[in-house]
Design a protein around this ligand. Structure first.
Ligand code: FAD
Length: 786
């Protein structure tokens, strides 16, 4: 969806009303998180979009460059259509630019998001009002989208409304955003209770008006404006006169001197469901004001639209509610011009829906088939164990700094965004928006697929379930999760990846390049409190990181190691090379990573405090980024997997091979092999070698067609078996099952390894070890002694 930065700021966020988290405490602040992501991209620098290839011949004309028009253009250009947007105003964006003021929606955000749409290949012609749609068709356009908005302020129809000093909100806001100097007196009254009224009042305040009042005819509860905006307006000093309506503009010598109002009371609900305001007889009162701004709504400018089109009784364009086609074939419309004044997200959604219709229309497909789509709702989500935790409050600019049009809401910092995102209940892992289904050209995504258990007969099993990365948060003194720019090796890998969040650039949280980086070895490895073993790969990848940092930045690199383990082909040479490249190798035991500076040099830095184990002294190394080379550990589900495949585990938790030297990929269960890091930490070449070995072993068994099994296995005398099931539970190879009909246990000879556990445990002596009976052993001993 286009306009993440715009929606992240001004969206009316209907999604939050549906958020499952509301059933625990408060909905997730989806809007603010969207803003955070958009701002982050803007801060680190967005990559220029790659233009979409024009694969379709039919040209589409979009009239109006507000959110509806641009959303429609965005979807069509991505489908390969040549799209031109015609805009009457000097700049594109519609009310995003000429309505919503800068302190809520900065122009740089709107410009960046429109630039992205242009980079994709949409042509925008500004200062180009379209007056005749026939001309557009004559220029070769095969379909037209009308997103012309509702840009004319509604009149009140009260006496003296045309007096100098009375302005309409949209004209007022448009002039301010165009940079036209607008003269206002000290006392300003704004009529209305919607977003436009609040915006007009706050803009008037910013232009220097001393006393700004809002006059609204219903109660505060009925005010359609965003509640937060109303609160902010009041904090800034705007006064609310609720349950009051203007009766006439007061003039003296044709000069505006005030406004006469009447008190209202609320009666029965009207068609909108809100209680109808009724004037209280004889309650008129006067207010002395220098300006009146009327903000009671906007209407569609019919003069700009062809007469042949059908209109509703409310003066909006009449369209088919599903296809959004107007009364003229090939002309589609959406946004405020159809709905009347609504909101940005409704305009975007409708613009996208119109794009679907236009594509179908130009492809000769049915406009209606399969529409409207049934919305798939997420099923009931478990809230078990979810601790109530309110949403992160949006930081705002201090009141005294609210001069000019500086943005008031400041956005989440990274820590707040992470905290807020953690409140998400992950309703459906993915949100099932089904965008991927639409985008996939090969149509391979099937959302209807249900989870099923499939039984497959196999002769060999290769277990390659990998490892978990050690979570360094438990090492509090390393500051991971607490201090900015302390990252794990995996996070660093992601950063240097070309498809990663920084496009492969090594950057700090604030988007700048580090001047010094420390790489800490053995985090969670070779540590008796966590894992005693060496994770084997860290020294090597730490060297690789040093090389990358040196290559991509001018930063100094400090390797803090216990001892360098550069075994294997070419690794020692790589280590030597990096020493020559100027990487500092410090044999150190790191005690703490802190941001508490003790010298000027350390201010604003992360300080790695450690003992230099060669010099025997405490050292403090100030750096900008710290990379933690964390341990590789057995997966958290290793126990479950081990039980499933009858595998044994070594004390470090990894799966145990049959023999560490002579049979490193086989397990005690014939036909089951373990490869890669699930068997123990190892690097890619070792993993590949082990995987090839396991494949060869499996193929050898398959090609032989038969397998040899142990001769000395257990047997059960069914006459003696009491069916107590003790042996079933004890067998480490799951070789014993219970025959429910005969009520006796049975041995699977292919699985039994003759370990004798069941023989020793059987209370009735029904189980014996074949070729291993007392008589046989005695006979063997006698044979030896004779
Ligand atoms: P518009 O944004 O009005 O764009 C229509 C465009 O068409 C304009 O650029 C116009 O110049 C152009 N045009 C018209 N006729 C022609 C023609 N003949 N030829 C060429 N171009 C033409 N919504 C929210 O969700 N959150 C908010 O906080 C919010 N605040 C608002 C504050 C104010 C003061 C106002 C007025 C509205 C606010 N809205 C808000 C509503 C929101 O801005 C609109 O619902 C939305 O912009 C409608 O989009 P649109 O594309 O239909 O029309």
């Amino acid at each position: 969806m286009p306009f993440a930065g715009v929606c992240g700021r001004v969206c009316t966020h209907p999604c939050e009303l549906e958020c499952e988290r509301r059933n625990v405490d408060e909905p997730v602040s989806i809007r603010s998180l969207k803003r955070f992501m958009a701002d982050y991209e803007l801060r680190v620098g967005r990559e220029k979009a790659t233009p979409i290839e024009k694969t379709r011949e039919d040209k589409v004309a979009i009239i109006g460059s507000g959110p509806a028009g641009l959303a429609c253009a965005y979807d069509l250009v991505r489908q390969g259509y040549p799209v031109t947007v015609f805009e009457a105003a000097p700049q594109s964006g519609g009310l995003l630019r000429y309505g919503i003021p800068e302190y809520r929606l900065p122009n740089r955000v709107v410009e960046n998001e429109i630039a992205y749409i242009e980079e994709l290949g949409v042509e925008i012609k500004t200062n180009t009002p379209v007056k005749n749609l026939g001309d557009v068709f004559n220029q070769g356009y095969k379909a037209i989208f009308l997103g012309t908005g509702a840009g004319v302020s509604q009149k009140m129809g009260i006496p003296n409304e045309d007096t100098m000093g009375v302005v309409h909100a949209l004209d007022f806001l448009r002039q301010v955003s165009l940079g036209v100097k607008v003269e206002l007196g000290e006392r300003v009254a704004v009529i209305g209770g919607g977003n436009a009224a609040i915006d007009a009042a706050r803009v008037a305040q910013r232009l220097g008006a001393k006393k700004v009042s809002i006059i609204y005819r219903r109660s505060r509860v009925e005010m359609p404006a965003d509640k937060t905006e109303v609160e902010q307006a009041e904090r800034e000093g705007v006064k609310m006169h609720i349950l009051a309506a203007p009766v006439r503009i007061l003039t003296k010598d044709n000069q505006l001197i005030g406004i006469q109002c009447i008190r209202m009371e609320l009666g029965e609900p009207d068609a909108s469901g809100r209680r109808r305001p009724i004037p209280v007889k004889g309650s008129e009162f006067n207010m002395d004001v220098d300006n009146v701004i009327i903000a009671i709504g906007q209407v569609v400018d019919k003069a700009m639209l062809p007469r042949e089109l059908d209109f509703t009784n409310w003066g909006t364009l009449s369209v088919d509610p599903v296809t959004l086609q107007t009364s003229i074939e090939g002309i589609f419309a959406a946004g405020d011009v159809v709905s009347g004044p609504a909101d940005v997200i409704a305009a975007i959604t409708a613009g996208k829906e119109a794009a679907i219709s236009i594509d179908r229309y130009l492809s000769g497909a049915s406009l209606t088939e399969g529409r409207p789509e049934t919305v798939k709702r997420v099923k009931e989500v478990s809230k078990e164990g979810v601790e109530p935790k309110g949403r992160q409050p949006m930081p705002t600019l201090e009141l005294e700094k609210r001069v000019g049009f500086t943005e008031v809401e400041l956005g989440f910092d990274e820590k707040m965004a992470i905290e807020e995102a953690k409140r998400c209940l992950n309703c459906a892992v993915c949100s099932e928006c089904l965008e991927c289904v639409k985008a996939c050209e090969l149509k391979v995504i099937n959302q209807e697929m249900e989870e099923e258990i499939v039984e497959v007969d196999v002769g060999n099993i290769i277990v390659a379930t990998g490892y978990d990365a050690f979570d360094p948060s438990s090492l509090y003194h390393y500051g991971y999760g607490r201090l900015d720019n302390v990252v794990t090796g995996l996070e660093f890998e992601r950063m240097v990846s070309a498809s990663g969040p920084t496009g492969g650039n090594i950057l700090l949280k604030d988007g700048t390049e580090p001047q010094a980086v420390a790489i800490i070895h053995c985090v969670g490895s070779r540590d008796k409190n966590y894992h005693k073993y060496c994770s084997r790969v860290c020294c090597m990848y730490a060297l690789k990181y040093s090389h990358l940092i040196k290559e991509k930045t001018s930063a100094e690199v400090y390797q803090m190691y216990m001892d360098m383990r550069c075994f294997g082909k070419g690794y020692e040479e790589f280590y030597e090379r990096l020493s020559e490249e100027g990487v500092y190798f410090i044999r150190a035991k790191v005690g703490e990573i802190t941001n508490r500076a003790v010298t000027d040099e350390e201010k604003g830095k992360l300080v790695v405090v450690s003992e230099d184990t060669l010099l025997g002294s405490i050292i403090r190394v100030p750096v900008d980024m710290v990379i933690l080379c964390t341990a590789l550990e057995a997966r958290s589900d290793a126990d479950k997997v081990a039980r499933l495949f009858s595998l044994s585990r070594s004390p470090d938790g990894f799966f145990l091979e049959r023999h560490p030297k002579l049979d490193p990929v086989a397990t005690m269960t014939d036909g089951t092999f373990v490869v890669g890091c699930c068997q123990g930490p190892k690097d890619i070449p070792d993993t590949v070698a082990q995987a090839s070995a396991a494949a060869a072993r499996a193929l050898a068994m398959i090609s032989a067609g038969t397998i040899e099994i142990e001769a000395a296995i257990a047997t059960i005398d069914e006459q003696l078996c009491s069916g107590c099931l003790i042996c079933n539970l004890l067998c480490p190879y799951k070789a014993i099952s219970f025959d429910k009909e005969k009520k006796v246990s049975q041995i699977n000879e292919a699985l039994c390894k003759g370990c004798g556990v069941c023989v020793a445990a059987c209370p009735t002596g029904a189980i014996t070890g074949r070729h291993f009976t007392t008589e046989q052993i005695m006979a063997e001993i006698e044979g030896v002694l004779v």
